[in-house]
Design a protein. Sequence first.
Length: 78
Amino acid sequence: MSAGRPLTKVERKKMNRAEHERKIKQDLIAQHGKDLGTFYYWLRIMNIRGTQAYRDGDVKFIHDVALALQNVYSRHSG
């Protein structure tokens, strides 16, 4: 419940997606370490949500994820 009322279907879906993505991130970091796990997480997010964003024409989301991938990669590769 949020703010004293039940969550709407859209709010529940958004919350469940966030929890699922958080679990994916934790699992990948636990398995591969912080840097590589974060890199794999962003690849996974791009795969999961990037296709839908591309279909919707949301190039800002794709740009933001690509930038996050580049940042992690440049930190990891030195």
